[in-house]
Design a protein around this ligand. Structure first.
Ligand code: SF4
Length: 332
């Protein structure tokens, strides 16, 4: 039986930033695939390289100080890093769309939200008729739970609430039925009820608009458990564990993944019970630790961990882990 079709293949990606203090190796050898139609969660604490990975996919790294030092990003077999500017512009928003945490950074404050959604449809789908554009825009806004879309179409971003603006961003992203939607902390700025609502809408709209794959970037494992089929755990610029969501939540193998899960509140946890936090902080990308990059915080670190960096090894079918103590027979 043929395996799942790979939509996006990231190979050996390194994205570095030249700063006054030195070179920050924010993304430092990432290998990751996104399959057609799946929801893949990319998780880890802030400063692990998740957002830089996302921005690298569409070549949105501010240069200088940033630059993609090496690697390949193959989208349906085409290396996005080798595309010309016009080719890349056609891919952005057309084949691959992005939703950011703060919609105000992506919405243009001087145009109405309706115009911005319709412009996305016009540019990527070649629809010229203004009335058809308006009808499509209104339909999409309605689908994303924006009440009274005919009226809201004429609103400017600052006239909408944060939740509404995020819906507009997702409507813009889905306007052209992208094959891949990259959502970078799309609900972090919203309260819990709105978060759940927006995620639900995003998944429903994804299914209705041609079953796009979603790369969901978040530090929130509860969100991942609700929405993702597979999970990649990132730490210190590299993937540390990659697995289907169910086995990962049932039995996390990498000590970092275990630390992340242990820090989640569990049902039945009494009020006042202290959650277990991973000791220490994420190291700075200017000087990642030698050997295993998690060794400075890992409760199981041994001498070998401080000297030799483990490979991201396939320990079970479909499951990869970067730890000296995890092998096919089990975990540390
Ligand atoms: Fe911990 Fe060593 Fe595994 Fe790194 S290689 S996660 S330090 S046990």
């Amino acid at each position: 039986m043929p395996g799942p079709v790979k939509l996006l293949e990231i190979r050996g990606l390194r994205t570095w930033f030249e700063l006054e203090e030195g070179t920050a190796r924010a993304v430092d050898g990432v290998d990751l695939d996104v399959r057609e139609g799946e929801v893949l969660g990319l998780v880890g604490e802030s400063g692990c390289g998740k957002s830089v990975t996302a921005l690298s996919i569409l070549n949105l790294i501010p240069a200088p100080p940033g630059r993609i030092v090496s690697g390949e990003i193959l989208f349906r077999g085409r290396d996005l890093l080798k595309l010309s500017r016009p080719e890349l512009r056609a891919v952005r928003g057309g084949d691959i769309a992005m939703v950011f945490q703060e919609p105000m950074t992506s919405l243009n404050p001087v145009f109405t939200v309706g115009w911005q959604i319709e412009e996305a449809i016009r540019f990527h789908q070649g629809v010229g008729d203004r009335r058809e554009l308006a009808a499509r825009g209104v339909r999409l806004m309605g689908k994303l739970g924006i009440p009274d879309p005919e009226r809201r179409r004429g609103a400017y971003p600052h006239e909408l609430s944060g939740g509404m603006r995020q819906r507009v961003m997702i409507a813009m992203a889905l306007a052209c039925s992208p094959a891949l939607l990259i959502a970078d902390e799309p609900t972090t700025a919203l309260d819990a009820t709105l978060q759940a609502e927006i995620l639900e809408l995003m998944l429903r709209a994804k299914a209705e608009s041609g079953d796009a794959a979603i790369l969901l970037i978040t530090h929130d494992l509860a969100v991942v458990a609700e929405t993702c089929g597979r999970v990649a755990v990132m730490y210190a610029g590299r993937i540390q564990e990659l697995a289907d969501a169910d086995p990962l939540f049932r039995e996390p193998l990498h000590p970092y993944t275990r630390g992340l899960l242990d820090s989640l509140p569990r049902p039945g946890t009494g009020k006042g019970t202290r959650l277990r936090a991973i000791p220490g902080t994420v190291p700075r990308s200017l000087s990642w630790p030698s050997g295993c990059r998690f060794q400075t915080r890992c409760p199981l670190a041994q001498d070998r961990c401080r000297r030799v960096e483990p490979e991201l090894a396939e320990v079970r079918p479909g499951r990869r882990v970067r730890c000296h103590l995890v092998g096919p027979e089990g975990r540390a």
